[in-house]
Write a protein that binds this ligand. Structure first.
Ligand SMILES: *Cc1c(COP(=O)(O)O)cnc(C)c1O
Length: 336
């Protein structure tokens, strides 16, 4: 198969229109058969529920070319499950989980020429999402929905080497107790935009949110979970308002089963973060971004950046994703 003529290593993290995307519509209580389309635009009512009341949720995962030339994706069943949970919380009809995986596979396969080659450092980002599409003016859920999957090639996350992040403890919140922090809703991102722009203006890479009820415990950043290292132990915050990152859940298993580490998922107090030696942000986009400094209202806490443990976790998980290391049962879906 001929790949597209793209300078893969100079791609950034941006939208590139590819050939085909998947669309399925929900109407009269049922999802239609769905299909691939060349049409990269969406036409909906000016009063669509998504436009008025933000009834939308999304997912993000990646497809990779392995060393032996296959195209694979990583744990799409967990994205399917998480999107079904998000849909239920937003009163949307869940897209069937088996069909979700099938739609991801079909969309990636149809755009195989756009999947960056092995060794380029680039990957293919896959974005499933759905939204309420019919006209709703009184506050209630839509009755019609659209589910779509598009793909876009994205460049190496750490272009020109890894630079440890400087992040701040945020004074604004992303999630309320019993709110929607645990689901991947667009609304969680809309209200974080003010704060991320402000963080960048103040010279920080990210906001670290604390629990909004007591402001004493670490939660996560706007789009990534947090891990800490202490000796041979990997520690990650536990809270009902954290988005359950698939990268983080996978790293915990890698730490335990591949690296022989202890793992702790528990509340992490702001007052104890100075005791950890390494800190990282984890999510699909970068796998792990090492944190060099957390700034808590003028007080700086320093970490090793890409320290030995975070490096090992990163190498092992990306090794599994790229087919260099044997994967646990069910982690890799072969697409082509
Ligand atoms: C998507 C997301 C993550 C990362 O989840 P992955 O499944 O690892 O990509 C973390 N936090 C938030 C708030 C997210 O929306």
């Amino acid at each position: 198969m001929e790949k597209k003529n793209i300078d893969w290593s100079s791609l950034g993290f941006g939208y590139v229109k590819t050939d085909l995307r998947y669309v399925s519509n929900y109407k009269d209580g049922a999802w239609d058969d769905g299909c691939l389309t060349e049409d990269a635009t969406v036409t909906i009512s000016e009063c669509a529920c998504v436009l008025q009341y933000a009834q939308t949720c999304f997912e993000g995962l990646k497809a990779y070319t392995t060393e032996d030339g296959h195209i694979v994706c990583f744990r799409p069943d967990l994205n399917a499950q998480r999107m079904a949970n998000s849909a239920r919380r937003l009163k949307m009809p869940a897209f069937p989980e088996d069909r979700f995986v099938q739609a991801v596979v079909e969309t990636v396969r149809a755009n195989a020429q756009w999947v960056p080659p092995f060794g380029s450092g680039a990957t293919m980002y896959v974005r499933p999402y759905m939204f309420g599409s019919d006209a709703i003016i009184g506050v209630k859920p839509a009755t019609e929905y659209q589910f779509r999957v598009f793909v876009t090639p994205v460049g190496p996350y750490f272009k020109g080497g890894v630079k440890p992040l400087t992040v701040r403890i945020s004074d604004l919140d992303r999630a309320a107790p019993k709110g929607t922090g645990h689901v991947k809703a667009g609304l969680n991102y809309a209200m974080s935009l003010y704060n991320i722009v402000d963080a960048h203006e103040q010279g920080y890479d990210e906001n670290v949110y604390v629990d909004s009820a007591t402001r004493t415990h670490i939660e996560e950043t706007g789009g990534a979970n947090i891990i800490f290292v202490s000796g041979n132990t990997l520690v990650t915050p536990k809270s009902d308002t954290i988005l359950p990152s698939i990268t983080r859940r996978s790293l915990l298993q890698v730490a335990k089963d591949y690296l022989g580490m202890e793992v702790e998922e528990r509340p992490v107090a702001l007052s104890e973060i100075g005791e950890f030696t390494e800190c990282g942000l984890c999510g699909t986009a970068a796998v792990i971004s090492p944190v060099g400094t957390i700034v808590d209202h003028g007080k700086e806490i320093h970490y090793a950046g890409m320290g030995p443990t975070i490096q090992k976790l990163y190498d092992t998980l990306t090794g599994i994703q790229m087919g260099r290391l044997p994967a646990p049962e069910g982690w890799i879906t072969v697409i082509a």
